[in-house]
Design a protein around this ligand. Structure first.
Ligand SMILES: *[C@@H]1O[C@H](CO)[C@@H](O)[C@H](O)[C@H]1NC(C)=O
Ligand SMILES: *[C@@H]1O[C@H](CO)[C@@H](O)[C@H](O)[C@H]1NC(C)=O
Ligand SMILES: *[C@@H]1O[C@H](CO)[C@@H](O)[C@H](O)[C@H]1NC(C)=O
Ligand SMILES: *[C@@H]1O[C@H](CO)[C@@H](O)[C@H](O)[C@H]1NC(C)=O
Ligand SMILES: *[C@@H]1O[C@H](CO)[C@@H](O)[C@H](O)[C@H]1NC(C)=O
Ligand SMILES: *[C@@H]1O[C@H](CO)[C@@H](O)[C@H](O)[C@H]1NC(C)=O
Ligand SMILES: *[C@@H]1O[C@H](CO)[C@@H](O)[C@H](O)[C@H]1NC(C)=O
Ligand SMILES: *[C@@H]1O[C@H](CO)[C@@H](O)[C@H](O)[C@H]1NC(C)=O
Ligand SMILES: *[C@@H]1O[C@H](CO)[C@@H](O)[C@H](O)[C@H]1NC(C)=O
Ligand SMILES: *[C@@H]1O[C@H](CO)[C@@H](O)[C@H](O)[C@H]1NC(C)=O
Ligand SMILES: *[C@@H]1O[C@H](CO)[C@@H](O)[C@H](O)[C@H]1NC(C)=O
Ligand SMILES: *[C@@H]1O[C@H](CO)[C@@H](O)[C@H](O)[C@H]1NC(C)=O
Length: 828
């Protein structure tokens, strides 16, 4: 056998023919291993962040007024009616891949093993695992330190007949707990793959994963494996992600699994609120969004970070030097532009610990405030507080620790939770697929952590769909056909969700709501089947504007349907005049597609299937540079029944989307740029010794995901023109259609399917490549000499064999001058 110049440790081996045969390895020679016969793909092992709830409140007891109407989630989805029909998931096996489960909880059966609700499980990692240390597996998936998986398990399986009046969607299903998170921290995706494959082997009918990380592509390892299991007829439900604030085209992996169900969150219709008392002036209480009172005993004066109530980026930048010590104030700040945590971090830098954030118009909802003491208030209350402060009035606030709570119909109840990540994927796949209640959900927590709590997130919506899937399998039979058609069935029977409660508002973009809120009762009882659930129109360059769908009458009487078009708001993905994604809530336009149907009225006889053709014309009058994502619904309805097929497309060419950020917006210097570890920007020819901290770094941002990023060394005399910020034109096609590869000296780095960066300072804001030690990607030393670094990023839908489909950038001349070769420790 030929000697392979590859070094790796086998960390984990996988062998499930038909699904995934492979190994997780640590290697330095990515290029080489890919060239070995029989190796089909090399995918990086990536870190997947912990399943962080958007908000969490432990409730104190059944008389705690913070508890929302616990059955509201079942009522709005028809689950209550299925329970009344004795459809409760009996005989269905659901594997929960999460932080483990506190199966000692009485509502979760009080034990583990055959005969219990939790019939088994496995701990792949152990308590101390955090995503960067070595997992310590054992047979017991008990979790009494994290809690997330227990909340998820309760949404699926909590027994009814308790003081809180809650019950799981499929409370007679059998649960298996696969624990892949420790008490804190993240998980690497090889562990996720391991759990998925064990779940498949152990015969789980449904696998559910309330986890994920921003990705944007369908090609991630866990996405691919989940999708393959889904394609065999099991049902895989996966969270859509909680990155709604980061704008469009920011889907989560493994939620991107093509044959998985990516789940969006809907705000519960009932919310818990608290009142703060106003002192110094006569004024009604200030209502804030929280299940429990803010833990503040003192009466504190207010301080506004701005005296204007129209400043959009209030406290997004460090507060001015003359800001007083804020530790003895309730800080009032406006919502908008940056994340809540960023505002609160800036306030904390001035000592501020307690704050109220007034809304900029989108109503009451759970907000992600990290560990800060903060809650959302209404715009009018914010305006009152800021105006009082600006006029010098001495206003202070107190937070009664009891008696100030009340339940309230949620103004955003029944709308998609603002935190739900927006799709579509970078190459126009339809994610999320369907929505379920995930905002303000009461469920079980581990007994040591309080037994019950209210949490929000797509993590809470996902197990709801797993539960509905169990009801579906119980009713229609556990067959591959039922599994494979489940996504379409849930999509076509879903309830279309509006973009706001304003009369006449368009439906929310399908890029965030998917096909709408699940209607479990309709999905399980309808005797009309519309197929498929989603129509993917792609971009203008790959436009599929003629689509068909079918209507199958499984009833005993003739049915006549009207076919109509219900357009959703068109999502303007990028901010006008920039290459940057618009932060969520992403603005919608009322310019929508137009559609011509082959039949507007259609009669379907019992047992018959008819086909309808739709010819879709994308919306006009929009700027393609904003990447408008248009979507909507083809409704099939009569007086008794209503179904829909959801479509989604882009009124622009993906290939024209700017991939590499070339602006100076984020760092005050045009990107990409060479820096050093001291943070200096290097724009002139510079020589590095690679001793200690004397080495170059490449700082860059991606405005859009790229299917391929290449960093190569080239001859310093090379003068390849920079092609950033130049959408391909027909002229480029004629002249620059070179398929001749650029002459390079060697590769420094290569990665496939990278996600875009965001405008947030949370690790997703930029990419920094350390060029040290001075070796090529294959581990060979870079000889001393003069070079330039060539960066190339493939445009979405670009052809990797065509140089003109890459955006490129060339660095200043970089000298490599390693003084004494022994000072440098090569990787090999
Ligand atoms: C409910 O279903 C279970 C199992 O499928 C069955 O044993 C029981 O008799 C049913 N109860 C009713 C009221 O239909
Ligand atoms: C994970 O835990 C190890 C100790 O086992 C610690 O050294 C490491 O810093 C931790 N990593 C993170 C990211 O917390
Ligand atoms: C639970 O339901 C019972 C009966 O409908 C009702 O009397 C009680 O108030 C409910 N409890 C809570 C906490 O909602
Ligand atoms: C379903 O779950 C309920 C609540 O735990 C239990 O009382 C009932 O016996 C179960 N039904 C079946 C058929 O297992
Ligand atoms: C809370 O404040 C709101 C608005 O001022 C008021 O309508 C409501 O009655 C108050 N509720 C309680 C329990 O104080
Ligand atoms: C806001 O108003 C207060 C009270 O009038 C004043 O002390 C403060 O300087 C003002 N802040 C700014 C930034 O103008
Ligand atoms: C859209 O077209 C591109 C280019 O052909 C293709 O790579 C991509 O998979 C298509 N997307 C969908 C959802 O079909
Ligand atoms: C359905 O309509 C057809 C005519 O299109 C008629 O012949 C047939 O009797 C009808 N069937 C029923 C069940 O009403
Ligand atoms: C569409 O939106 C524009 C701008 O917001 C508005 O002026 C117009 O009235 C709207 N048209 C319809 C039909 O709602
Ligand atoms: C639908 O329309 C097509 C073309 O107009 C027609 O041939 C077909 O018969 C219609 N189908 C039904 C079921 O009405
Ligand atoms: C450029 O490439 C495209 C697609 O590969 C091809 O269709 C076209 O003919 C080429 N144009 C020239 C001028 O070579
Ligand atoms: C590693 O890459 C460099 C640059 O492409 C090349 O010159 C060298 O031969 C490669 N080394 C091996 C061991 O393949």
């Amino acid at each position: 056998m030929r000697k392979r110049e590859v070094m790796f440790d086998v960390d984990r081996e996988f062998n499930l023919p038909g699904i995934f045969v492979g190994a997780a390895v640590t290697l330095t020679h990515r290029d080489h291993i890919a060239a070995i016969p029989g190796v089909l793909a090399v995918r990086p092992v990536i870190n997947v962040p912990p399943p962080k709830p958007v908000s969490l409140h432990v409730v104190t007891g059944p008389n705690d007024p913070a508890i929302p109407d616990t059955e509201s989630t079942h009522v709005i989805t028809g689950v209550d009616k299925l329970h009344a029909m004795n459809i409760t998931g009996k005989g269905i096996k659901i594997g929960i891949i999460d932080t483990g489960t506190d199966y000692t909880h009485p509502l979760l059966g009080g034990g583990i093993g055959p005969g219990h609700k939790v019939i088994g499980g496995f701990d792949f990692v152990g308590d101390a695992y955090n995503g960067s240390n070595t997992p310590k597996p054992d047979n017991d998936p008990l979790d009494q330190c994290n809690g997330h998986g227990t909340h998820v398990a309760g949404i699926i399986g909590a027994n009814p007949g308790n003081a809180f009046n809650i019950s799981g969607v499929a409370f007679n299903a059998s649960l298996t707990s696969y624990r892949i998170f420790g008490c804190n921290g993240s998980v690497t995706d090889d562990v996720i793959v391991d759990a998925l494959m064990r779940g498949q082997k152990e015969g789980q009918h449904i696998l559910t994963m309330s986890l994920g990380g921003a990705d944007g592509w369908t090609e991630g390892t866990a996405s691919v494996v989940a999708s393959r299991i889904g394609s065999t007829g099991r049902i895989i439900t996966i969270a859509a992600g909680n990155d709604g604030a980061k704008g469009a085209f920011y889907t989560s992996g493994p939620g991107n699994a093509i044959d998985g169900i990516s789940v969006a969150s809907l705000d519960n219709t009932v919310i818990p609120l608290q009142n703060a008392t106003v002192h110094g002036v006569t004024r009604a209480p200030i209502t804030y969004f929280d299940a429990l009172p803010l833990p503040v005993k003192a009466t504190l004066p207010i301080f506004a970070t701005s005296n204007s109530t129209t400043v959009e980026d209030d406290a997004c930048n460090p507060l001015p030097d003359d800001t007083p010590d804020l530790s003895k104030f309730v800080v009032i700040v406006r919502r908008g532009t940056c994340t809540f945590v960023q505002k609160l971090t800036n306030i904390a830098a001035k000592g501020g610990n307690i704050s109220l954030i007034y809304d900029n118009g989108s109503g009451f909802s759970a907000i992600a405030v990290g560990d800060f003491i903060s809650a959302l208030i209404q715009p009018a209350d914010g305006e009152f507080l800021v105006k009082s402060f600006a006029s010098g009035k001495k206003v202070s606030l107190s937070f009664p620790q009891s008696g100030a709570a009340f339940s309230f119909p949620d103004p955003t109840g029944g709308l998609i939770s603002s935190f739900t990540s927006y799709g579509p994927t970078n190459d126009m796949f339809f994610k999320p697929a369907v929505a379920a209640p995930g905002g303000n959900i009461l469920s079980t927590l581990p007994i040591p952590l309080g037994s019950f709590g209210v949490e929000s997130g797509t993590s809470m919506a996902t197990p709801f769909i797993a539960g509905v899937s169990a009801l579906l399998f119980q009713k229609n039979g556990v067959t591959p056909v039922v599994g494979r058609t489940s996504t379409a069935l849930l999509e076509t029977t879903a309830q279309i969700v509006s973009s706001s409660h304003t009369k006449g508002a368009l439906p929310q973009t399908a890029a965030q709501q998917g096909a709408g809120l699940v209607d479990a009762f309709k999905a399980l009882t309808a005797d009309t089947v519309v197929f498929p659930g989603e129509l993917l129109l792609n971009d203008t360059a790959n436009f599929k504007g003629t689509q068909t769908f079918t209507i199958n009458n499984r009833g005993k009487v003739n049915k006549t349907f009207r076919i109509t078009h219900i357009p959703a708001g068109t999502m303007l993905s990028l901010t006008n005049g920039s290459d940057f994604p618009a932060d969520g809530p992403v603005p919608l336009s009322n310019r929508t597609a137009t559609v011509k149907f082959s039949n507007t009225t259609i009669t379907v006889k019992p047992g018959q299937t008819v086909e309808v053709t739709a010819k879709i014309t994308p919306p006009t009058g929009l700027d393609p540079a904003q990447l408008p994502v248009f979507s909507g619904f083809f409704q099939v309805a009569n007086a008794n029944e209503s179904f829909h097929v959801t479509y989604l497309g882009l009124a622009a060419s993906l290939k024209d989307a700017q991939v590499v950020d070339s602006s100076n917006t984020f760092f005050g210097v045009n990107l990409p740029v060479i820096t050093n570890p001291q943070g200096d920007f290097i724009t002139q020819p510079t020589t590095f010794t690679f001793v200690g901290q004397d080495f170059p770094e490449l700082l860059m941002r991606l405005d859009f995901g790229t299917p391929k990023l290449l960093l190569d060394l080239v001859d310093p005399n090379e003068n390849i023109p920079t092609t950033l910020n130049q959408p391909s034109t027909s002229k480029d096609q004629a002249s620059g259609n070179s398929t001749t590869p650029i002459k390079t000296i060697g590769s420094l780095f290569e990665a496939d399917f990278l996600p875009r960066n965001t405008d947030q300072d949370d690790g997703s804001g930029f990419n920094l490549f350390d060029v040290t030690p001075p070796t090529f990607a294959n581990g060979t030393k870079i000889p001393n000499g003069q070079y330039k670094i060539l960066l190339r990023a493939l445009k979405v839908t670009g052809n990797p064999g065509n140089e003109s489909d890459f955006e490129s950038w060339l660095s200043p001349t970089i000298g490599v001058n390693v003084p004494n070769e022994e000072d440098v420790i090569p990787i090999l």
